[in-house]
Design a protein around this ligand. Structure first.
Ligand SMILES: C[S@@+](CC[C@H](N)C(=O)[O-])C[C@H]1O[C@@H](n2cnc3c(N)ncnc32)[C@H](O)[C@@H]1O
Length: 311
């Protein structure tokens, strides 16, 4: 593999995105034996349990693979995470290069791909134009890419007639406050797409199949994080009575708004599948450059469920 460190900022202090991805990877690798960093694809008949998460994540990789248009042979996996999707695609016979701005994840990708393809160690926004591909893949990475530049940059990496696959969640206006951040506004994405040189060939809403991941997150928060938090506060307040004011611990005097926000986001039980469905849409979009649109008859037929859906 050719390793290209391009204009990457030296990150002495990893930012919160990097820390979040590291935690997800460490937790997933140790407890679940999974390398994936995405929500997974939950068919209706797959019980939503932690043990089934790796299975759901394999089904998501299969869902992505089944949506790659015919005729594609080279793919640029942008924001490749641990390189797991890339490995699945390589095994299916595609030629795959990867983009990874995360020094930590890049190390894992290098080990996993063992010299197959090029790893660009930079953001999508900073890859130098040069090599072109039949397909650009953004799997749960599009939300991190600058929406003002992405459509202008994509043609620099696409062969004529090439496709772009975006599979990610977007924000929609919903009742109440969302406990989950992240995602571009869907209406803004559509505006930018309309104004771009790309056209939408295919759209599949998989919100129902991805939201169950939040049920697991909520269960883990309620059954692990909340009891640990309460235990720590109880222990501290019994040993150091001075931190405990009537009805609240002293930290609330200084960081009341921050702590309220943390409570709401992580400990109130609102980070759940219903809240996700109320505020997000998780969609797969297949785009082509205008003038290169595949005829409707040749468009990929929607897979109801990826191959090998749960039994
Ligand atoms: C949630 S992970 C998804 C990983 C993988 N695509 C998957 O489906 O499992 C988000 C990925 O986007 C990458 N990323 C974040 N900002 C990026 C940017 N500006 N350009 C390219 N990749 C980016 C992260 O390093 C990480 O690999």
């Amino acid at each position: 593999m050719v390793y290209k460190s391009l204009k990457r900022k030296q990150r002495k202090n990893p930012n919160s995105q990097e820390i979040g991805l590291r935690i997800a990877n460490i937790f997933g690798r140790y407890f679940l034996k999974t390398e994936h960093l995405h929500y997974g694809y939950w068919p209706g008949d797959l019980p939503v349990t932690l043990e089934n998460l790796p299975k759901a994540q394999d089904l998501y990789a299969e869902f992505l693979r089944s949506n790659i248009p015919e005729g594609v042979s080279s793919i640029l996996d942008i924001g490749c995470g641990t390189g797991h999707n890339a490995e699945v695609l390589l095994k299916s016979g595609y030629q795959v290069d990867c983009v990874s701005p995360s020094p930590y994840l890049s190390g894992i990708v290098r080990e996993k791909l063992e010299g197959r393809g090029t790893l660009y160690e930079c953001t999508f926004e900073t890859i130098p134009a040069g090599k072109k591909y039949d397909c650009l893949l953004f799997s749960e990475s599009f939300q991190y890419i600058d929406l003002d530049t992405v459509f202008a940059r994509m043609p620099e990496f696409l062969n004529p007639g090439g496709s772009v696959i975006i599979c990610d969640f977007f924000r929609i206006p919903g009742a109440g406050t969302s406990a989950m951040g992240g995602g571009h506004r869907l209406s803004r994405f559509r505006e930018k797409l309309d104004a771009s040189s790309f056209t939408l060939c295919r759209e599949v809403d998989i919100t129902e199949n991805t939201a169950p991941n939040l049920q697991l997150v909520n269960e883990a928060l309620q059954q692990v994080a909340v009891p640990i938090r309460d235990l720590v506060i109880d222990e501290l307040s019994s040993r150091h009575r001075w931190i405990w004011l009537p009805g609240k611990w002293i930290g609330r005097l200084f960081w009341s708004r921050k702590l309220d926000k943390l409570d709401y986001k992580y400990f109130s039980g609102s980070r759940n599948a219903e809240n996700f469905k109320a505020h997000k849409r998780y969609c797969l979009f297949v785009l082509k450059e205008k003038g290169n649109r595949i005829p409707e008859s040749a468009a990929i037929t929607p897979p109801a469920e990826p191959d090998g859906a749960a039994s």
